[in-house]
Design a protein around this ligand. Structure first.
Ligand SMILES: [Ca+2]
Ligand SMILES: [Ca+2]
Length: 206
């Protein structure tokens, strides 16, 4: 981890507390509290770190066990790939929510690339993974799970030939392992579809 930690306030690997240190502490406390609501293990409770002049890598190591397998991409975000997948978009959405996260929504090429990086470690999984957009309300009008138009997210690069509403039944969002977007059925009975969750809780720290 390192130089990207804590925005531009990192110097020589140390978190600087020049500005609003109490705000920093408050935000960390709030974020950890938010994480703990999604974490059931008792040993992770009541742990508020002292953040004065500790290396970001140490801070990350401290927080890592609370992230439930979410991987940190410096300056980009926290992601988890459920390679085992599910047959249902709605189930994938719920699993992310139970982590205190949400189905991933790439907002940049950097973010799409983070997903691609993770995906490349799982060559045997299905080539498409559920992510957080759909056109269930109005055919062809792709929106995120939060209702924002897909074209406003900052990343709307479709896979070649997509979206194609194949079989008249493709109303949920996915990403190809190569990084392109694709419309896919919301229920896929023949095969489990892996999915990406994205965790926002601690992104502001790093
Ligand atoms: Ca559709
Ligand atoms: Ca499609």
């Amino acid at each position: 981890m390192g130089e990207e930690c804590w925005g531009n306030e990192i110097e020589k690997g140390l978190v600087r507390r020049k500005m609003f240190p109490s705000f920093h502490l408050l935000f960390i406390a709030l974020s950890l509290a938010q994480l703990q609501t999604a974490t059931s293990s008792p040993e992770s409770k009541n742990v508020i770190p002292y953040v004065g002049n500790i290396p970001c890598s140490k801070l990350y190591e401290f927080i890592k066990p609370l992230l439930k397998g979410y991987e940190y991409f410096p300056g980009v975000g926290f992601y988890k790939f459920y390679s085992g997948g599910t047959n249902y978009f709605s189930k994938a959405k719920k699993v992310c929510e139970s982590d205190g996260a949400h189905l991933a929504i790439p907002n940049s090429y950097a973010e799409a690339n983070a997903l691609h990086t993770i995906y490349s470690r799982f060559p045997d999984t299905h080539r498409f993974a559920f992510i957080g957009f759909h056109d269930q309300s109005s055919e062809g009008k792709y929106v995120t799970i939060f209702g924002d138009p897909l074209y406003k997210t900052g990343y709307s690069k479709w896979s070649s030939g997509e979206p194609n509403q194949y079989g008249g039944n493709e109303d949920c969002g996915s990403i190809h392992r190569n990084g392109g977007l694709n419309d896919i059925p919301c229920e896929v009975s023949a095969v489990k579809i892996p999915f990406f969750c994205e965790h926002k809780a601690l992104q502001w720290i790093f």
